[in-house]
Design a protein around this ligand. Structure first.
Ligand SMILES: Cc1cc2nc3c(=O)[nH]c(=O)nc-3n(C[C@H](O)[C@H](O)[C@H](O)COP(=O)(O)OP(=O)(O)OC[C@H]3O[C@@H](n4cnc5c(N)ncnc54)[C@H](O)[C@@H]3O)c2cc1C
Length: 394
């Protein structure tokens, strides 16, 4: 039997363990985790006191062994990892699935004092401290999860937005619409650049936002400590650099999920998504590569979420601003008021007519349309093949 060791028992690590149990019968599979697994994207439900733990019994019954503790270092020459406890585990293949941490941008003085919203203890803190105001730095999807959680514990959420709400996932008009809808149900917005975090206060362009809790929700930084110390190549000097199958600069080490880059099916270039849907596909690619396959599924950007007040938000592929930066000759079609949602845009490339992005804000779930648009982007459908009749398709 060969040894497969997976570091991190989060979404990516668990997905890799499941796939390994299925596709690698000749491997002894060990997952090392410094916390028990839970559904991270359901943290806001945990704020309300609900159980979001993921039972490990079933995957253990398939032969996967869990080792609880923190990996301290990787000894590449010996092909082994060393835990803080001193325990050493040998590997033939190692998969790093160490995830990411809430980003605390240095341009904001004092931001290191803020809490993040990523781990179970963050949800617990929000619930137990009973804040009356929660200031949220950043306008990411996680910022919306925090706002939702704040409302759930009876606090007023104040989102401090530098540019616009979830700008990498929504067309500019949709950011505005979502903001208006969230204001109606009690979310406050301050449009300013946060400069300094003090004791119970955020200073942003001369304004002071006072709060009992201040949460950093300005994106994430991949947890690359182990990879960097082991001398693995990085990309953008920030994430673990991997090829399309997830292989790092060491052929016996893979990296998946939030810790590494993935590959866009739109541009074919490396990109960073930091989403669960990417982590599971990257896990699949890595296990298939260890099995000997040359195949790799590219990771489509895909987010579907429901927020306060019954707002369904959906995104696939690139928004027009990102598509322009990637060099496409961008055109948009407004498909608002159709089966694509109350407010929705399809983005396509004028030269090839290929669909490259879609985003929607709606008061109801657009259901299979969301999946259809994700597929359209991945399989390179033309705009004329996806438009509803009412806006010139059919
Ligand atoms: C509030 C919130 C909402 C989200 N909503 C969505 C959503 O709607 N859709 C979506 O697709 N994605 C969503 N995401 C993102 C998604 O949760 C992540 O992309 C996903 O969890 C990444 O999986 P991962 O395995 O790479 O990392 P993680 O799930 O973070 O797991 C990494 C694990 O490794 C452990 N670890 C790190 N270092 C070590 C070490 N040295 N030794 C042992 N263990 C270690 C960490 O403690 C952690 O448990 C959300 C995230 C948050 C925080």
């Amino acid at each position: 039997m060969a040894d497969l060791v997976i570091v991190g028992a989060g979404l990516g690590g668990l997905a890799a363990a499941w796939d390994a149990a299925r596709f690698l019968p000749d491997y002894k599979i060990k997952v090392i985790g410094d916390e028990p697994p839970y559904v991270r994207h359901k943290l806001r439900v945990a704020v309300a006191g609900k159980d979001i733990m993921v039972p490990t019994k079933h995957v253990e019954s398939l032969g996967v062994e869990f080792v609880w503790g923190e990996v301290e270092k990787i000894r590449r020459e010996q092909r082994e990892v060393v835990l803080k406890s001193g325990q050493t585990l040998k590997y033939d293949y190692l998969i790093l699935a160490t995830g990411s941490q809430p980003s605390r941008p240095k341009r904001i003085e004092g931001i290191e004092k803020t809490m993040g919203f990523r781990r179970l203890e963050d949800a617990r803190r929000l619930r137990e401290e009973k804040p009356s105001t929660v200031a949220i730095i950043g306008a990411s999807f996680v910022a919306l999860h925090v706002a939702d959680s704040a409302l759930a514990v009876g606090a007023e959420p104040v989102i401090i937005v530098r540019s616009r709400l979830v700008r990498k996932s929504l067309e500019p008009e949709l950011s505005q619409i979502l903001e208006e809808r969230l204001k109606e149900i009690g979310v406050k917005f301050v449009h300013a650049t946060p400069k300094r975090v003090g004791d119970g206060v955020v200073e942003a362009d001369g304004q002071e936002v006072k709060a009992d809790l201040i949460v950093a929700a300005a994106g994430v930084d991949p947890d690359i400590r182990l990879a960097r110390e082991a001398g693995l190549d990085l990309i953008w000097d920030w994430a673990v650099k991997v090829d399309e199958q997830g292989r790092t600069s060491d052929p016996n080490i893979f990296a998946i999920g939030d810790v590494a880059n993935c590959y866009s099916p739109v541009t074919n270039e490396p990109e960073y998504l930091g989403i669960g849907t990417a982590a599971t596909l990257m896990a699949f690619n890595a296990i298939k590569a260890i099995q000997g396959s040359k195949a790799a599924v590219k990771t489509p950007a895909y987010i579907k979420d429901a927020f306060m007040g019954g707002n369904f938000v959906f995104r696939a592929g690139l928004v027009s601003t990102e598509a322009e930066k990637a060099g496409f000759n961008v055109e948009r079609v407004d498909v608002s008021g159709t089966e694509f949602g109350d407010h929705a845009y399809i983005v396509y490339d004028k030269d090839t007519r290929r669909v490259i992005g879609f985003s929607s804000v709606s008061s109801k779930d657009i259901g299979p349309k969301a999946i259809e648009m994700e597929k359209a982007i991945v399989i390179k459908r033309k705009i004329d093949q996806v438009l509803p009749e009412s806006v010139g398709g059919g």
